[in-house]
Write a protein that binds this ligand. Structure first.
Ligand code: ZN
Length: 138
């Protein structure tokens, strides 16, 4: 099964907590046990698990800037966003989480974030889930 939603971002680099939207999709799925794949179909955005704390979110943005500073990127001759593509690849464009008792298994400080790396843009987030309950419901 597959569900998706869109997020409008506001800055070039930005972390947006999407935990509530993703948990709502899982709740509506009624799946007790299974897997969820959270994916953003963009090569200049990413999905990250981290704590939703304002200082830490700023820290991430600083790290992103430093990782890609000091390079003379060839791709920038085309559309000036090599940093965005590289960070997107490093952070990863999807995460897989287990579903147990109709909730995602994650720690207290593991919120799910869409990471904007070339905003502002409208980004799609897809949630694909697999039901591993035996026997399957319905
Ligand atoms: Zn590009």
């Amino acid at each position: 099964m597959n569900k998706e939603f869109s997020i409008s971002t506001k800055a070039r680099y930005q972390l947006i907590d999407i935990s509530a939207q993703v948990e709502e999709i899982i709740r509506e799925s009624k799946i007790k046990n299974g897997l969820a794949f959270i994916f953003t179909p963009h090569s200049t955005a990413a999905i990250l698990l981290t704590e939703n704390e304002s200082g830490l979110k700023q820290d991430w943005l600083e790290v992103f800037k430093k990782i890609v500073s000091g390079f003379d990127f060839l791709h920038n001759q085309i559309d000036d966003n090599a940093d965005s593509h590289i960070l997107s690849g490093l952070v990863g464009q999807g995460k897989t989480l287990a579903i147990e008792n109709n909730k995602l298994i994650r720690g207290t400080w593991q919120q799910i974030f869409l990471v904007e790396l070339d905003g502002p843009k409208t980004r799609k987030v897809m949630v694909k889930y697999l039901d591993a309950t035996h026997p399957p419901p319905r």
